[in-house]
Design a protein around this ligand. Sequence first.
Ligand SMILES: Cc1ncc(C[n+]2csc(CCOP(=O)(O)OP(=O)(O)O)c2C)c(N)n1
Length: 574
Amino acid sequence: MRKTGAQIVVDALIREGVEVVFGYPGGVVIPIFDVLYDTKEIKFILTRHEQAAAHAADGYARASGKVGVCLATSGPGATNLVTGIATAYLDSIPMVAITGQVASWLLGSDAFQEADVVGITRPITKHNFLVKSVEELPGIIKKAFHIASTGRPGPVLVDIPADISRSVHEDYKYPDSVKIRSYKPNLVGNLRQIKRAAEAIEAARKPVIFAGGGIILSGAHEELRTLAETTNIPVTTTLMGLGAFPGDHPLFIGMPGMHGSKTANFALQESDLIISVGARFDDRVTGFVAKFAPNAKIIHMDVDPAAISKIIEVDIPVVGDAKNILTSLNKFVKPRQPDEWNELINTRKGSRLFNYTQSQTEIKPQWVIEQLQKQVGNDAIICTEVGQNQMWTAQFYKFTKPRTLITSGGLGTMGFGLPAAMGAALTNPGVPVIDIAGDGSIQMNIQELATLAVDRIPVKILILNNTYLGMVRQWQDLFHNKRYSATCLRGGVLCNECAGTQKCKRNYVPDFVALANSYGIKGFRAEEVGQVESVIKEALSIDGPALMEFMIPPEENVFPMVPAGKPIDEILEG
Ligand SMILES: Cc1ncc(C[n+]2csc(CCOP(=O)(O)OP(=O)(O)O)c2C)c(N)n1
């Protein structure tokens, strides 16, 4: 079949089952957009910034389990994708980013809007391709989807020079399969290692299951639950793993780490066996590595062999897909009855994993999150920005199902939540999607209010407005003698004088409610405790996007907290 490069791109996307593409046009990609113009199978979402297109594709992938796709022009279009690609890379999210490039003969000449995006994205993609001929284009796109979605998932970039989009492939056929000689992910765990793991579990007296985002990526949440319930072993999940195990399950002990539950941190530190599945021992979890879980043997199950013993010396490695490994492991583990270890943990845990001081006069952010959950139930998809808002959500929202928390865990990208929520909402019509935001982060991609408004994407934005870059201010509060350098967002002339104290009154900079209104989006503000529930109710009842702003105490901190670089049982409490 005769097709141009641009037609091949779109045909390939349709054959890969792509329903939505997020992106932004520019000169060298006009031919691709021209083909999209007539394409019924693919919905194109014009974001207002390429970074948002990448995050939206990422959110779409996290919410659906499919590959997210974004499309941008060369040069600044492509470089604007970089933060989104890196975000997906650090959280192992399947994504294909397609970029236009200057014509082949201009490559390397500092041509107009030229950037070496293949070079720039090499360390933040699982793989990337510069297309050299129209004949290799179909095979490259097939490979891109295959690499992005198999093994440890991740973003793949395909850079297409303008002349290749325009040139004609005389004998086009989309390949049915891919063969990449050097790429064969190991999906089935070694049986001997799995049996060794089962023996270690039987012998352990203080075991803890430590589950990460790999459970969600491989769809292994039921197998995880079976393992936990058969053995009665307490379960902690990383931030990326929240929802992989029911947050209201009696065996759940919360997430571990810097803002994790004391129960989870002590359980890990005292354990004699950590059964890690699909988690990578991030430094926000381990704290000071040399003092992490000093008495524990480590079983590490992971699809990426490079993750094994990368940070923590592992005793029993099992390389493979979490679902496959757990299915197999569950055949060998013996039932274990609750014992003194469970009792000790339950005593530690008490009735709540996290606490805060309730107030009748101030709107506590933790309480807002609990009120939100009361109203939206457990099926909603919660996206977050980064900072205190993210940690309060992780602590106080009980995630009970996989793919209901969408958050930038690895890169910690402010501005991620709103566009990711757009992506999540598009793949889950009818499901409430909420972006929990700080007043700083929301401004990093606030232009996407336009996309929500124009495309009627029913995302609800919940801003916890403390008028600060709260999480950084918290570090300044605790470790820098309250010297709030460059973290106060309160506007107005008064701020030069207040030097970070609370003397200056809150100015609405911006006035988020007015801003939302200017985009045609309904906005609500709660300044008093009594307004919180009705604001949530009204915003949720709107058929379309809405914005809620809650004026929270400016100096509220997130506790517990383990200072950076300390062992995870050296915990600060409020
Ligand atoms: C793009 C980006 N820039 C800077 C940071 C560093 N950072 C982490 S949290 C934070 C403050 C976030 O403030 P806000 O969004 O208001 O949320 P809060 O902590 O107040 O909930 C900053 C600046 C980051 N994570 N991402």
